[in-house]
Design a protein around this ligand. Structure first.
Ligand SMILES: C[S@@+](CC[C@H](N)C(=O)[O-])C[C@H]1O[C@@H](n2cnc3c(N)ncnc32)[C@H](O)[C@@H]1O
Length: 187
């Protein structure tokens, strides 16, 4: 409950970068990651983790040698994520459009899964295009990008990048209800 209130306070101040007033429900968080094959995931990246609604479920399931790298631009959320102090968690205070450069700094060239709650529809086009382009570049062959959105408006854009390899799910138990896109890199 406390974390929901803190999220709400942050959202009031930064609605243009958060895009919502409440963190993801446990139902949405679990559905986002339910198809991750954790036994085979060495590198998982999370874009826009906020105060860790999805992060905590990823950390619970990571294999012992795997790593979770989170990209968050909000100072307060960054501090809250750093406070988790999990040995397999790396929190990067940088915009998701720097994903490629930041992974190189960490000596990582490819990610198996990229889980995103970025409010793509309110991020300026030139930035969101760059995020999608670099996300695709750093995904391994057969890697998956998972993104939730509150509408279907982004489907066309995702299709341009991932072509036909997109599946769609819906989670009604969230405020607001959300669509989940699973986009596979097949080339
Ligand atoms: C809708 S909230 C999602 C928070 C959390 N993952 C959840 O599902 O409850 C979006 C998050 O993306 C972050 N964000 C927005 N633009 C970003 C960017 N360009 N790079 C990294 N994080 C960003 C915001 O600060 C916020 O924490």
């Amino acid at each position: 409950m406390v974390s929901r209130i803190k999220f709400f306070q942050e959202a009031i101040k930064n609605i243009k970068t958060l895009g919502t007033l409440t963190p993801s429900s446990r139902f949405l968080s679990k559905k986002m990651i339910r198809k991750i094959n954790f036994a085979k995931a060495d590198v998982v990246v999370e874009l826009g983790p906020g105060n860790g609604a999805i992060t905590k479920y990823i950390l619970e399931r990571l294999s012992p040698n795997a790593i979770l790298i989170c990209f968050e631009i909000n100072d307060n959320f960054y501090d809250q994520l750093e406070a988790i102090q999990h040995p397999q968690l790396v929190v990067v205070k940088a915009s998701a459009e720097k994903i490629k450069e930041e992974l190189i700094k960490l000596n990582i060239s490819k990610a198996n899964y990229i889980i995103s709650s970025l409010p793509l529809t309110i991020i300026p086009d030139e930035i969101s295009n760059e995020i999608l382009k670099k996300t695709y570049q750093v995904l391994e062959h057969q890697g998956t990008f998972v993104q939730y959105q509150y509408s279907l408006t982004y489907y066309k854009k995702l299709k341009k990048v991932f072509q036909e390899s997109i599946s769609l799910e819906f989670q009604v138990l969230n405020i607001p209800p959300a669509f989940i896109y699973r986009c596979k890199k097949v080339e």
